[in-house]
Write a protein that binds this ligand. Structure first.
Ligand code: DGL
Length: 267
């Protein structure tokens, strides 16, 4: 069955983090119709248990797919992907792209062989991350640190609120202060919220570090999966969907517009 040309790509995250995945995808595929879903009712994911995420995410994506009939679903969240990617794939009958820590490119580029993985508390403890480290960084020291405050910082920044530089400094110190941290040259931004505060992380860094994330690879993956289906002839207005409408949604609207999300609605 051929897809309607207006069938969107669904991007999913707990909050605004997935915008860091949406941005390179829009840059590569400017005519891509977009539904961006933020599970504000479930935010934050990073402090939840594996069981809570596993119970919530596949069911919610099922509802979103039923409602918006996307051509592809992108889990633009490392926490949800490292815990629930295979369950989501099993539950949906469309291609599902996950976002997992960019340990492979980090291991390819690190000169000192010390890599930091900065994610949520839930992501950095996942066996999925152990496997990526063993597969791609076996000759590296892979340091890990989880920061919920940095997630909140990214949310606040996109609401236009002032950002406290101490939060970025503390998050980086969580890696730099570990044994081997003095030799770390590469930091994997393993939470999609963190590229949104990369500038703050760079400013807080005591020496230049290479910050990496997987957004561009995901954009190429979407293009590849959609290779046989046409996109609309014109750029499309994007839709933001929230599992809960609250006053913060209004504060987010200017930032959402910068990512092409001109309509907001509740699920
Ligand atoms: N943006 C998400 C991630 O990539 C989760 C942030 C949160 O809700 O804690 O892990």
């Amino acid at each position: 069955m051929s897809l309607p040309v207006a069938a969107p790509v669904l991007f999913f995250d707990s909050g605004v983090g997935g915008l860091s995945i949406l941005a390179p995808a829009r840059a590569l595929l400017p005519h891509m119709p977009v539904v961006y879903a933020a599970d504000r009712a479930g935010y934050p994911y990073g402090t939840k248990t594996e069981a809570e995420i596993a119970a919530r995410v596949p069911a919610l994506l099922g509802r979103l797919v039923e409602r918006f009939r996307p051509r592809i679903a992108v889990i633009a969240c490392n926490t949800a992907s490292t815990i629930a990617l295979s369950a989501v794939r099993a539950a949906l009958d469309i291609p599902v792209v996950g976002t997992v820590p960019a340990i492979k490119p980090a291991a390819l580029s690190s000169k000192t062989r010390v890599i930091g993985v900065l994610g949520t508390e839930a992501t950095v403890r996942q066996p999925y991350v152990d496997r990526l480290a063993a597969e791609h960084g076996a000759d590296c020291i892979v340091l890990r640190h989880g920061s919920a405050d940095l997630v909140a910082l990214a949310e606040a920044k996109l609401r236009g609120q002032p950002v406290d530089p101490a939060i970025a400094r503390d998050a980086l110190a969580g890696l730099l202060d570990q044994p081997g941290g003095d030799r770390m040259d590469t930091v994997v931004l393993a939470c999609t919220h963190f590229p949104l505060v990369e500038q703050e992380l760079r400013a807080a860094s005591p020496r230049p570090l290479n910050f990496l994330h997987g957004g561009e690879g995901i954009a190429r993956r979407i293009a590849y999966l959609n290779a046989d289906a046409p996109w609309p002839e014109e750029p499309q207005p994007g839709i933001a969907v929230f599992t809960r409408m609250d006053p913060d949604v209004a504060a987010l609207k200017p930032a959402l517009r910068q990512f092409g999300l001109v309509q907001s609605r509740s699920l």
